[in-house]
Write a protein that binds this ligand. Sequence first.
Ligand SMILES: CC(=O)CC(=O)SCCNC(=O)CCNC(=O)[C@H](O)C(C)(C)COP(=O)(O)OP(=O)(O)OC[C@H]1O[C@@H](n2cnc3c(N)ncnc32)[C@H](O)[C@@H]1OP(=O)(O)O
Ligand SMILES: NC(=O)C1=CN([C@@H]2O[C@H](COP(=O)(O)OP(=O)(O)OC[C@H]3O[C@@H](n4cnc5c(N)ncnc54)[C@H](OP(=O)(O)O)[C@@H]3O)[C@@H](O)[C@H]2O)C=CC1
Length: 290
Amino acid sequence: MTQKVGVIGAGQMGHGVAHVSAGHGYEVTLVDIDQDALDQALELVRTGLERQAVKHGEDPASVDAAMARITTSTNYSSLADCDLVIESATENEELKRKIFVELAEHLKPEAWIGTNTSSISITRLATASDRPEKFIGLHFMNPVPAMKLVEVIRGLQTSEDTYTQCCEFAEILGKTVASAEDFPAFIVNRILLPMINEAVYTLYEGVGSVTGIDTSLKLGANHPLGPLELADFIGLDTCLAIMQVLYNDLSDSKYRPCPLLVKYVEAGWLGRKTGRGFYDYSTDTPVPTR
Ligand SMILES: CC(=O)CC(=O)SCCNC(=O)CCNC(=O)[C@H](O)C(C)(C)COP(=O)(O)OP(=O)(O)OC[C@H]1O[C@@H](n2cnc3c(N)ncnc32)[C@H](O)[C@@H]1OP(=O)(O)O
Ligand SMILES: NC(=O)C1=CN([C@@H]2O[C@H](COP(=O)(O)OP(=O)(O)OC[C@H]3O[C@@H](n4cnc5c(N)ncnc54)[C@H](OP(=O)(O)O)[C@@H]3O)[C@@H](O)[C@H]2O)C=CC1
């Protein structure tokens, strides 16, 4: 039974997982390599919890109580008493494997490890851990407090008990579980990312402008965000990493990442998180860049 949750990576997903876990009564330890990322994550969690408290007419003291359940650290040894650790670091297989190897000496033997990877093989990642049967994909959606779905992905080695316990955890957070088989990018991103990549091709080929493409999908297909706005929101580095996994692991040229997406990532234009992507976020209203 999960009581204490560890979260690795204090970026947009990590802070969201910390938010919903602390908001549902779990003790949370949030770990990142960068103290500034941890400080910023705490501010974002507080803002999110305050926004929800106002919206739902909750006692403001509930925000302080949830915040008091979160501790931060730059050291994996702080995860020693966690029952479940959710890895939410950058979408890079080598980096994630290194984290799982390092975790072995710090976690208690019965702890589960969930990875929030958007695309990488759970079966392959599990081999870097000392407990492949206790290793699972727990794919939250962004923004975590708002999105109802968690994809749960079993690797070949994942035990039934791990699956049951982790589904139960997601449900306690108020999420609906969708089980996906361990294929590249699972369900949501197998469908969503090729659409985003195609939107970037549509821009690259001059079929439409940034505004034209986003307005078309919002008003023409009732999407809440246009595909380029959504790409900026996800992070263009993450979008490219997912397309590369689809392209390489399925060996199918239809998943070729758009060269314009590659160029934006090379330029460090990663979307909202760096202040520029398909939009420029330096002013209050995002300005299309093409
Ligand atoms: C890449 C991957 O691996 C997988 C992915 O995640 S792909 C990305 C999937 N995400 C999407 O497609 C999101 C698209 N965006 C949307 O649907 C909408 O913009 C949205 C639902 C996120 C917000 O819409 P909105 O009109 O602002 O909704 P609003 O009524 O203000 O907020 C709804 C809830 O979300 C929360 N919320 C909204 N924006 C938030 C944010 N940026 N961060 C945290 N919480 C947020 C609000 O606090 C509110 O919570 P409660 O219901 O508990 O009160
Ligand atoms: N963005 C999205 O919409 C979604 C993303 N995901 C997945 O969630 C994961 C995180 O993505 P996201 O939050 O967007 O990424 P971000 O870039 O916002 O955050 C990643 C965080 O991980 C930190 N980090 C890097 N290496 C380590 C390490 N060794 N130990 C601890 N922390 C580390 C980074 O620090 P630094 O910046 O210093 O490198 C950064 O703070 C990825 O696997 C992604 O695919 C899943 C669903 C949706």
